[in-house]
Design a protein around this ligand. Structure first.
Ligand code: SF4
Length: 352
């Protein structure tokens, strides 16, 4: 029979110390019968991939104010959603977010399915998100393993094998603790423990509910775990972006192709991003080099983006892209790399 001691200890700690999060139903409310909105749980989990609670909060509030239900999001205009997502990065997630919302609205009558298997069949929902939504929204006994949980498990059991090789073992260990009683609260409790007590650099073992069971703490190696394989250096790619402003203040922009990096997002016309970038300017004009480049890190490479700027005549017909009138242009709807380019180019164009 499964040992319930550790889950019970952790749930007691969670009852007293759960983080207050805008998408969360806290343990007291849950005990009183409140249930989380699966739409909000799903949205938060998609937003939280690869980023932090602090970075997500404002985006979550804006999305849920503008599109309070999955049906509202499903009916939203693609460009509006991509614009609201700008700055959160990993833009394929925003495109999949829309696909998933539309699948839930059309194939499931606006209700998220309540099992891991059926959630997995939806666009953009991988094993982690399916487990998280099934556990948190529907109280299913699924094991949720994010970076926090990996760290806690590696310390609790003093696993010396480095990540990512130890992932399978850490998942197995996490699964061996997942209780049948309150699995949704338990999943959130392990994540909270990792985020607030068992932190990467200086775990606060003295106030940890698992202090007496923790192997890493007992052997004094907590802060050294989890071990990680050294990362190899990222390749550097280069590109050029052309930033053109018309005499009336309109900006020459284009929507990036759907299937590619930053697909579907608004951006400056540019070359490809490679060792030897290829591409032509979007209009014949007196382009000049800006003595500054954008540096931006993507998952698999570092980008160095050279910038060319020009003031464009009113009657110019661009070879690609379209003019966005000054009053309609919101730099906040650009993905971060394009926003950085704007921030560098704007003063130069204004000062011409
Ligand atoms: S005792 Fe320390 S290392 Fe072990 S789980 Fe708790 S905070 Fe983490």
């Amino acid at each position: 029979m499964r040992d319930e001691t550790l889950p019970s200890q952790l749930l007691r700690w969670y009852d007293a110390h759960a983080r207050v999060l805008p998408w969360r139903i806290g343990p007291a409310e849950r005990a009183a019968g409140a249930r989380p909105d699966p739409y909000r749980v799903w949205l938060s989990e998609i937003m939280l991939q690869q980023t932090t609670v602090a970075a997500v909060r404002d985006y979550f509030h804006r999305f849920t104010e503008r599109w309070p239900t999955v049906a509202d999001l499903a009916a939203a205009d693609d460009a509006e959603v991509m614009g609201e997502w700008a700055g959160l990065g990993y833009y394929a997630r925003a495109r999949n977010l829309l696909k998933c919302a539309r699948a839930v609205a059309s194939d499931h009558r606006g209700r998220f399915p309540d099992s891991r298997e059926r959630l997995l069949a939806l666009p953009g929902i991988g094993p982690y998100t399916a487990s998280a939504v099934a556990a948190i929204a529907f109280d299913r006994a699924e094991t949720v393993v994010d970076g926090n949980v990996e760290r806690v498990m590696s310390r609790l059991h003093a696993i010396q094998e480095p990540l990512p090789g130890s992932k399978r073992e850490l998942t197995r260990l996490a699964a061996s603790l997942t209780p049948d009683h309150r699995p949704g609260d338990y999943a959130q409790a392990v994540m909270d423990l990792g985020a607030t007590i068992c932190t990467p650099r200086s775990p606060a073992c003295g106030i940890c509910p698992w202090l007496h069971a923790c192997a890493a703490r007992a052997s004094g190696v907590a802060a050294d775990l989890p071990r990680k394989e050294p990362k190899s250096a990222k390749p550097v790619r280069h590109g050029v972006a052309w930033i053109g402003m018309r005499e009336d203040g309109a900006w020459l922009l284009e929507t990036r192709p759907e299937n590619g990096l930053l697909g579907g997002m608004l951006g400056w016309p540019g070359t490809d991003w490679s060792g030897e970038p290829q591409g032509e300017p979007p209009a014949e004009a007196d382009w000049r080099d800006l003595d500054a480049e954008v540096r931006h890190t993507f998952t698999h490479f570092d980008l160095r983006l050279a910038l060319r700027v020009a003031r464009l005549p009113h009657d110019l017909e661009p070879l690609r892209g379209r003019f966005v009138p000054h009053g309609d242009f919101r730099p906040s709807t650009l993905p971060t790399v394009m926003r950085k380019a704007f921030d560098l180019a704007h003063p130069a164009l204004r000062g011409d």
